[in-house]
Design a protein. Sequence first.
Length: 296
Amino acid sequence: MPSLKEVRNRIQSVNSTQQITKAMKLVAASKLRRAQEAITQMRPYAQKLTALLNNLSANTNPDELENVYAEQRPPQRVLLIPITSDRGLCGAFNTNVVRTTQAHIAAHYQQHQQQGTLQLMCIGRKGYDAFRKRGYQVVGEYANLFSDFTFDNARHAAEEAMRMFRDGEVDRVEIVYNEFKNVATQIMRVEQMLPIMPTEPDPEETANVDYLFEPSVEFIVEELIPKSLNIQLYKALLESNAAEHGARMTAMDSATENAGELLKELRLTYNRTRQAAITKEILEIVGGAEALAQGG
C-alpha cells in the first residue's frame, strides 16, 4: 500500500493536470466558435463559385474553355496534400489523417510510392513529422501554416500545387483532410484538386439563361479557375481547422472527466491508507498499554 505522502502528491499532480485540461477545453471552445463561423461563411461562397463555373461550362462552347488545369493526363506522378495540425492533444485527429493517407496510397498509389513518383505536401507540423519519419518524399515547407493562418498563406500552398501541375511535375493532386461536422464528429475526406473534374450543371439554374461575357470567356475562365482552386484548398484548411478545435475540445473534456474519476479513486485510497495508519497506531498504543500493565 502506498504511503500517505505518495498518494497526496499524486492527488496534487492529477488536480493540476485537471485544471490544465479544463483551461485547454475552454481555449479550444473559444477557437472553435471562430473557426466554425469562418467555415460556415465560406461554404456558400465556395458552392456559388462552383455553380458559376458549372453554368459557364453549360452555356459556352467546350473548345473555348480549354484550360491547363483541366488537362486530363495519365497519373504517372501524384501529389497528395494531407492536412494535419501543428499541435497534438486532439485525440485521433492527426492519426486518422496519417492512416487514411497511407491506406489511400496502399489502395491506389503503391506503385508510385515504390517508383518514387509520389510526393506529399504536408500542411501541419504533425503530418510533416509523421511522413518524414516514415520515409515518404515530402515537398514544400508548410509545417507551421496554422501558426499564422491566413488566406494568403493558404494561397501560397495552392499556387505551388497548381504550378507543379502546370509545369508537368505532377499529373494529379489530391487533398486528405478532416471535414468538420460537429464538435464530436469529423469526417475523413479525400478530394481531387487537379485536374479539375468535369461536373454536370444544375438544369434548373442553366435553363433559359442568356449569358453575355465581358471582356471574354477566356479571360473569365483564366480568372475563375485559379481562384476556385485557391478557395478549394482554403476551404479544406478551414474545415480541418474547425475539426481540429472540435477534436481538441472533445479530447480535453474526456481528459478532464478521466482526471475527476482518478481523483475519486485516489481520495478513496488516501482515506483508506490514512484509516489503516490510524488503526495501526491505535493497535500499537493498546499493545504498549497492555505490556506496561503486565509489567506493573
